[in-house]
Design a protein around this ligand. Structure first.
Ligand code: FAD
Length: 387
């Protein structure tokens, strides 16, 4: 069986690594290596991603652990430092998550599949050969077009703006949630007053930050848009507006918030802005000849840090199933209910960033048994239906 993988980000790299070792499968991967907006930032991977890797790709688990910091705690405070929530991830998971630089994660995932990957090739069209196999049409940097031998299965690992999804079924219509998110990587964060993953609320406006390896730190701010479908207004990018929304008016900010707002306003032009959005889930197309994984299948809100985390689960579980001769239908059975649960939970966990939710009461509720049971399910239950 010939399997082609478009995109060697998170899901595509892991899938390719597992299929390369599977008997009876020829796998080829293609990537146009767009560094993208995310490549210069950090991310946190949930304990469930590490569990999937530990059980099925231990070498990748070890490499990621070695290149990252552990994500052990999740704290939530008010902007003045009043503590609202403190979760030890080991109370709801088998192991800690990780904090890692994007570029480092990609490097570690792509290294083992270098001999299976053809780089600098962008999927631009889709054709079919006389055997009804799908032929990706790939453009090289000179504009030349490459048509590899047809594939029995083409896998979309090409992310949120998946060309394979667009070409096979049309682009997904995203749902906007009415929130602007700014992200900043601080390369030299020696004076950063916090370490592990924390969130800080000023009203419904929320800051998030954590340290990364090699003395860096990663900061995000989430600001409510005037309307659910609004574009990001220009004044959101101004230091004065950010100070007004993120700093408490009537009392001093705690050192963590003062530091983050100081960094964001001093480096306002380096912030990367995006709107909080999600896309409808889709697992397969073209009569089962196209399989969607990761963001190509299920772009979700980033609130619980489950985007890349689910892409890891996707890549590993699809690799196990297809590698032993299983079908796209089996991949869907193993993944769709699980992904739907994580997507819904990620959206529900975003409640405190939206009025009329009271961020104090809403955050304290996250220490309750219902939220913690869902968090435990998210962090441990990677096999929904894997026969
Ligand atoms: C700034 C930012 C911060 C984030 N933080 C977190 C976080 O903390 N935790 C978390 O779990 N998730 C986070 N996410 C979400 C995460 O980025 C995605 O969910 C994850 O990268 C999806 O993985 P993927 O394998 O589906 O696609 P990607 O990792 O996006 O990889 C797609 C690959 O496809 C290639 N490609 C794209 N188009 C083509 C084409 N036409 N032809 C050939 N190749 C193509 C690209 O070069 C890339 O290699 C964040 C996202 C952003 C933008």
């Amino acid at each position: 069986m010939r399997i082609g993988v478009i995109g060697t980000g998170v899901a595509g790299s892991l899938l390719t690594e597992l299929l390369a070792a599977a008997p009876g499968i020829i796998v080829e991967a293609f990537d146009h290596r767009d560094p993208g907006a995310a490549a210069g930032t950090g991310l946190n991977l949930g304990p469930n991603a590490m569990r999937a890797l530990r059980l099925h790709l231990p070498a990748r688990h070890a490499a990621i652990r070695a290149a990252s910091l552990p994500w052990r705690r999740w704290t939530v405070d008010l902007a003045d430092g009043t503590r609202l929530l403190d979760i030890d991830l080991l109370d709801v998971a088998e192991e800690a998550g990780v904090r890692i630089a994007w570029a480092e994660l990609y490097r570690l995932l792509r290294a083992p599949i270098a001999d299976r990957t053809r780089q600098d090739l962008e999927l631009v069209a889709l054709e079919e050969d006389a055997m009804a196999r799908l032929v990706p049409v790939l453009r090289d940097p000179t504009g030349g077009l490459l048509r590899p031998t047809g594939f029995d299965l083409l896998v979309a690992g090409d992310g949120r703006y998946s060309a394979l999804r667009r070409l096979s079924v049309g682009p997904p219509i995203p749902t906007q949630h009415g929130l602007a998110m700014s992200r900043l990587l601080v390369p030299d964060a020696a004076d950063c007053p916090f370490d592990d993953y924390g969130q800080w609320f000023n009203g419904n406006a929320r800051m998030l930050g954590y340290r990364l390896p090699q003395g860096a730190a990663y900061i995000t701010g989430a600001l409510l848009l005037p309307d659910v479908d609004s574009e990001i207004p220009d004044h959101f990018r101004s230091p004065d507006y950010q100070r007004a929304v993120l700093l408490p008016r009537d009392r001093p900010a705690c050192p963590a918030v003062a530091w983050m707002v100081g960094q964001m306003t001093a480096q306002a032009s380096r912030q990367h802005w995006a709107r909080l959005q999600s896309a409808p889930m889709l697992r397969s197309a073209a009569g089962g000849r196209v399989l969607f994984l990761g963001d190509a299948a299920q772009a979700m809100v980033p609130t619980l840090g489950q985007g890349a985390t689910q892409a890891i689960e996707d890549g590993v579980l699809a690799g196990l199933i297809l590698g032993r001769g299983g079908s796209v239908v089996e991949v869907a059975a193993a993944r769709d209910r699980r992904v739907a649960f994580v997507r819904d939970f990620s959206l529900a966990a975003s409640d405190t960033m939206f009025p009329p939710c009271d961020p104090i009461a809403g955050t304290r509720a996250k220490a309750g048994p219902d939220f913690l049971a869902k968090l435990r399910r998210t962090y441990t239950d990677i096999y929904d239906r894997l026969g």
